[in-house]
Design a protein around this ligand. Structure first.
Ligand code: URP
Ligand code: ZN
Ligand code: ZN
Length: 475
């Protein structure tokens, strides 16, 4: 038994002084001071053998849920795998206040999604220290593969990722439409990376043909228009078959507007953005930076400050419902450098699993752009709702998994890659100030980060239970 004493609980709908009691890995009671006077009797709990966590001056919140991570993720085209495995990646997650991830299982062309599932589970199970699940990346929309969709949903894997770009993984409009139809009618959610592949391919060729091969040319080969068009197309296809849809990593005002319009018309469309699009801008692609610019090569790329501001507005207004990391870490010194002579050979992606909550807290809550409750909603409750982990996860309700973080809202550090726990050799946020790192992280009632130090046994994470996803379950 654990008693978290004298903290301020923050959930998606309330913020108040309260004590939290944990028993058998679940939230057993949340007792506000207003009901108990001075809180629960510490000595009585000590006599019963409870561990007491003194949370005075701290906020107690549901653990973050990161539904967009790429751990041990192979990029076949470049013969490279992301730098974090499920051990280093989930340790970094826990130290950044994350208690569950939804990663990816890659169905290669010609492969069964069930084989991909089994392979992925065998990679995760020995290593993860927090609870996990995955989306199936569908690259081959064959009819025998569509028959596997209800099986995967029954098995607790109700989300399916589609890339509208990337040669070896792309699904065309016909495939996307069929997947939306079969997924949507079985309680599944399609999760789409939206960029117009034809336009991106054309722009890349134009840049390379003009000798524009450096990393700074990555961004102009994927402008906001290609994202906005593909976002609108994915939404239109989903609406044709009344299927729910989640748009991955929205980075631009145009894409955010298409999501907002669809939602205003009643369509079950949700969207995420990521901290890199909220706290960085396209100045990171200044060619003066030389090859170091490769550290910021991700797709879609960072945008101008106007787009960044539009994303904050969309978060505050509710038209974007969650913030994920899109943690896709590639080491600079021996992985990003593969694209030294050709920016298309730089593996796309940034590390961010450990800094997601701190950046959203610091640049969202501390600046007054979002409330503490909205912070919890964006980082934990809505990701759980969108991807079917709610109500086991993403809340502090009695009966929920005791996945929570205890954070000193006044503590702040300077982000330094050397102090983070990922196996990557840089941080795109190096030198930025950030608070919101957890003092304690608990997973199913077990302290896995103790005063900032990871203490969990490798492989203790479990498969997260997930439910069907429908228009009615989406925020
Ligand atoms: O650049 C990125 N985001 N890489 C990870 C793969 C993806 O696009 O989700
Ligand atoms: Zn993507
Ligand atoms: Zn991604």
């Amino acid at each position: 038994m654990i008693l978290i004493k004298d903290g301020t609980i923050v959930t998606a709908d309330r913020m108040e002084r309260a004590d939290v009691v944990i028993e058998a890995g679940r939230i057993a009671a949340v007792v506000p001071d207003s009901r108990s006077g001075d809180g629960l009797d510490r000595q009585a709990f000590e006599r019963r053998g409870a561990r007491i966590i003194d949370a005075r001056g701290h906020w107690v919140m549901p653990g973050g849920i990161d539904t967009h991570t790429h751990l041990a993720h192979p990029i076949d085209r470049l013969r490279v795998t992301t730098a974090d495995d499920f051990h280093t990646g989930t340790v970094a997650a826990a130290c950044g206040g994350v208690t569950a991830i939804v990663d990816f299982s890659l169905q290669r062309r010609g492969e069964s999604m069930l084989h991909a599932r089994d392979r992925r589970l065998s990679e995760i199970e020995p290593d993860a220290i927090i609870d996990y699940s995955f989306h199936t990346i569908v690259t081959d929309v064959r009819e025998d593969v569509m028959d596997e969709i209800p099986i995967l949903i029954d098995d607790g894997f109700p989300s399916f990722k589609v890339y509208m770009t990337y040669g070896d993984k792309i699904v065309d409009d016909a495939g996307l439409l069929r997947l939306l139809e079969v997924g949507g009618s079985n309680g599944g959610l399609v999760y789409a990376h939206c960029e117009n592949d034809c336009a991106v391919t054309w722009l890349i060729e134009r840049h390379l043909a003009a000798g524009k091969t450096g990393p700074a040319f990555h961004a102009p080969s994927r402008p906001p228009e290609v994202e906005a068009e593909a976002t609108q197309r994915a939404i239109m296809l989903a609406r044709l078959v009344d299927a729910p849809l989640c748009i991955a990593h929205v980075t631009s005002a145009g894409a955010a507007r298409h999501v907002a319009e669809a939602r205003a018309a009643g369509a079950p469309v949700v969207a995420e953005t990521c901290p890199q699009y909220l706290v960085l801008d396209d100045s990171v692609y200044d060619a003066e930076g030389g090859f170091e610019v490769a550290k910021f090569v991700c797709s879609p790329p960072m945008r101008t400050a106007d787009h960044r501001d539009a994303l904050w507005d969309a978060l505050a207004a509710g038209s974007i419902q969650q913030v994920s990391s899109d943690h896709a870490p590639f080491r600079y010194h021996d992985q990003k450098v593969a694209g030294r002579d050709d920016f298309t050979r730089i593996p796309n992606g940034l590390p961010g699993i450990e800094t997601r909550l701190p950046l959203l807290f610091t640049y969202g809550v501390k600046t007054g752009k979002i409330s503490p409750q909205r912070f919890v909603e964006l980082a934990a409750t809505n990701p759980a709702r969108i991807f079917g982990l709610h109500p086991c996860k993403g809340t502090l309700d009695v009966g929920a998994d005791a996945d929570l973080i205890v954070v000193d809202p006044d503590a702040e550090v300077e982000i330094d890659a050397a102090a983070l726990h990922s196996a990557v050799d840089y941080s795109p946020f190096q030198g930025m100030r950030a608070g919101g790192f957890p003092t304690w992280t608990l997973s199913r009632g077990e302290v896995i980060v103790d005063r900032g130090e990871p203490v969990a046994a490798r492989g203790r994470g479990r498969r997260a239970e997930r439910r069907r996803i429908t228009a009615a379950t989406l925020p």
